[in-house]
Design a protein around this ligand. Structure first.
Ligand code: NDP
Length: 288
């Protein structure tokens, strides 16, 4: 893919606005294969996390690609069990080691519960030390944002949240816009949601532009100023998902897709018990 557009973050860094997601791709060679394919096809932004257990394969695919380090954007995320200050410092170093990198482009607080303030301090320091270029958060609703972010010294550069035509985060985007915080979309394709892919509006636009529905969705998100990194393990989809920079939706079409918003996603970070459920889900250090 030639010339992936970049967005400028509030810390001045330029991030490729389009990348590759690796959630739920196992570390049995599948992550290595998918990331290798993505890099071959022109992707230059990879989104991983400690909790995906596949940082090592992401790092190996990057190294073996031979692409200069400064041409690839790498995001990873700190997991919930490591938010105590000393644990967070160690976890950042471990991410660097697993990825085999000298620095990580973007590091996120993956889930906004518990000792978020301590984790953020460790991340601010790692940024100062050059181990991380940009820092951000994830899964922060307006309520959670207002609980934590006013205590931070450094403003997050991104908030990575569920976002697709069915859940357009209209309230959150107003909060983020005040501080020039960029929204990153997880589940940009609704994780393959059949209803979304069957939407008559999206299908008629696909026909008009000779694109597929996935491309219409991703193009809409791109034009909304949202960073996207769809995941796929299939080469044909890895290729087609990025072919969204040769057409433009009109403002009426953008408005029509905006009207598909249901204001609600599959995951509600404000729901009671979420923190406990996530913390008990697995141990990211089980195999260290
Ligand atoms: P996506 O919306 O990217 O959807 C991925 C699913 O859609 C897969 O099942 C894939 O199947 C399928 N798919 C991919 N391309 C197409 C297509 N063109 N047409 C139809 N189906 C398609 O969901 P993700 O949850 O993976 O979100 C993207 C990334 O966001 C993640 O990979 C991860 O990096 C990040 N993320 C972050 C979270 C957080 O808490 N911060 C939470 C969840 C995700 P197949 O592989 O078989 O092609």
């Amino acid at each position: 893919m030639a010339n992936i557009p970049t967005f400028k973050l509030n810390d001045g860094t330029k991030i490729p606005s389009f990348g590759f997601g690796t959630f739920q791709i196992p570390a049995d060679g599948s992550t290595y294969k998918a990331v290798t394919n993505a890099l071959k096809l022109g992707y230059r932004h990879i989104d991983t996390a400690v909790a995906y257990f596949n940082e090592q394969e992401v790092g190996k695919a990057i190294k073996d690609s031979g692409i200069p380090r400064d041409q690839i954007w790498v995001t990873s995320k700190l997991w919930l069990q490591d938010y105590a200050y000393e644990d967070a410092k160690k976890a950042i170093d471990l991410s660097l080691k697993k990825l085999g990198l000298d620095y990580i482009d973007l590091y996120l607080i993956h889930q906004p519960y518990g000792k978020v303030d301590e984790a953020w301090k460790a991340m601010e320091e790692a940024k100062k030390a050059g181990k991380i270029r940009s820092i951000g958060v994830s899964n922060m609703t307006p309520k959670i944002w207002n609980k934590f972010v006013p205590h931070f010294d450094v403003m997050p550069s991104v908030n990575q949240v569920e976002f697709n035509p069915y859940f357009q985060q209209k309230e959150l985007r107003k909060v983020l816009a005040k501080d020039h915080v960029t929204l990153e979309a997880w589940a940009p394709l609704g994780e393959g949601n059949h209803d979304l892919f069957a939407e008559p509006l999206l299908n008629s636009l696909a026909k008009k532009y000779d694109k597929d529905v996935g491309q219409i969705i991703l193009r809409f998100e791109h034009q909304e100023g949202v960073i996207v990194f769809p995941k796929s393990v299939h080469e044909a989809r890895i290729k087609s998902n990025q072919e969204i920079f040769d057409f433009e939706l009109t403002s009426d079409e953008m408005d029509a897709i905006r009207a598909l918003d249901k204001g609600k996603g599959q995951h509600d970070p404000d729901a009671p018990g979420v923190a406990k459920m996530l913390l008990g889900a697995f141990d990211v250090h089980a195999n260290d």
